[in-house]
Design a protein around this ligand. Structure first.
Ligand SMILES: [Zn+2]
Length: 432
């Protein structure tokens, strides 16, 4: 009998998860993040934890929610191409309307059940989210639980939650703090659902706009640490009242420093492999330090030439073709022909923080982020998310060196809550 089996039946188990978007595991130190470092000492720490590919928030959110790689949940990027009226079109998954667009064009949003669906009749899920609307809604696209986001909060059946009950906070540190305060009052000490998740936008937002290791970056790490500390303390108070809570504190991916920005569309056009800007024969979906390349059936005879061209680009790190998309955990079909992890190295940036990568020029012409943080690919430090599990039978102070992944989180939560685990790619970390 494990310790968790001895919990009194009168205290229903629940899970509180705190995700600090983009928090690189090696940024957790007693000086930079004292609360997280202190939690590490009394939690189980996962020292070979990785994320999925592409390592972008909306994809990782889908993998967190379903316990599956993109190949099975069906969302391949933060930006993807979908076929509409026989033509490939580029879509920003972050937009609030993407959920309905994806459902209309492909029949489903996510092809596997989320934690919110699995727990709908078993204590429920409440999600507070301060990143993009698309990432928030991937936790529960079909409306089984509660999702709170500034673009719209929803209860079961995607019934809108309005007025004071909605979550109207800014996508920055101040908004994270306001969201954390409400989460503590309404979820940790309030509704007490079986699964409460808060996904905060920092340090990711600041890392995209400031050099890793800069004073601005160090300040936001301290702020993100203080937000985690608020929730960690709230969980401690609930436990002191006799509650059996598994606390998860982690992140979805790390960051690399952008060494150069590549306009993949322009390179393909110049090489004669894409008709022109905005053409639908070959469509590139930039995903930070990764990119997806879709090829229309009418351009099928160019596949070999595109592969040959990409394979020789110095900015291509790993090139996955149709034959190896499954190896990358990516879904086949829908015109997806190539996935690129842009070239990465472990060299330091100007602040001495290791990890440099090429990045794909964003589709919407957003400012290039040369010298700042980015992610999406397979570089060492973007594949360095954080995972700590505290309580729930996880050993205090243990360091797990076995490979683990964000796809293991959903089965771990389901196991703790005593729910069936079928249909996931990951495995419960209690088995380690
Ligand atoms: Zn993220």
């Amino acid at each position: 009998m494990s310790p968790q089996d001895k919990a009194p039946a009168t205290a229903p188990r629940r899970v509180i998860a705190v995700m600090l978007d983009g928090l690189r595991r090696d940024f957790i130190t007693p000086d930079a993040t004292p609360a997280l470092a202190a939690l590490r000492a009394r939690a189980t720490w996962f020292d070979a934890h990785r994320t999925v590919f592409p390592s972008v928030t909306r994809v990782v959110s889908s993998s967190f929610a379903t316990g599956c790689r993109p190949a099975h949940h069906g969302l391949a990027g933060n930006t993807v191409a979908l076929v509409e009226d026989g033509r490939l079109g580029l879509h920003d998954v972050g937009r609030p309307e993407f959920v309905e667009t994806k459902r209309r064009l492909t029949g489903t949003v996510l092809a596997r059940p989320t934690l919110a669906e699995r727990l709908a009749d078993h204590g429920g899920a409440v999600i507070f989210n301060n990143v993009s609307p698309g990432a928030a809604y991937m936790h529960d696209p079909d409306g089984h639980g509660h999702v709170y986001h500034r673009a719209g909060s929803f209860g079961p059946g995607r019934r809108p939650i309005q007025g004071d009950r909605a979550l109207e906070v800014t996508p920055d540190a101040a908004g994270d703090r306001a969201a954390a305060e409400r989460f503590i009052a309404e979820v940790v000490h309030g509704g007490r659902p079986a699964f409460g998740l808060i996904w905060l936008c920092e340090p990711d937002t600041t890392q995209h706009a400031a050099p890793l290791g800069s004073a601005t970056h160090r300040a936001i790490l301290a702020t993100a640490d203080s937000h985690a500390a608020m929730i960690i303390a709230a969980v401690a108070r609930a436990r002191a009242e006799g509650e059996d809570i598994l606390l998860l504190v982690g992140s979805d991916h790390g960051h690399q420093t952008v060494r150069a920005v590549i306009d993949i569309d322009a390179e393909l056009i110049e090489a004669g492999l894409k008709a022109g800007p905005g053409s639908t024969d070959v469509v590139v979906a930039p995903n930070g330090t990764a990119a997806l390349v879709y090829v229309d059936g009418s351009a099928e005879d160019r596949i070999a030439a595109i592969e040959g061209f990409l394979a020789e680009r110095p900015w291509v790190g790993r090139l996955f073709t149709r034959d190896s998309l499954a190896e990358a955990g990516l879904p086949a079909g829908g015109g997806l022909a190539f996935a690129i992890a842009l070239a990465a190295s472990d060299e330091p940036n100007a602040e001495g923080v290791p990890g440099l990568s090429y990045a794909a020029k964003p589709a919407d012409g957003k400012a290039d982020r040369l010298g700042c943080g980015q992610h999406g690919g397979l570089g060492t430090f973007e594949q360095l998310p954080t995972l700590m599990l505290d309580g729930g039978g996880f050993t205090a102070g243990r360091t797990v060196t076995a490979d683990t992944s964000v796809i293991d989180i959903a089965p771990t939560i389901l196991r703790f809550l005593g729910r069936p685990i079928g249909g996931v790619d990951g495995r419960p970390l209690q088995e380690l």
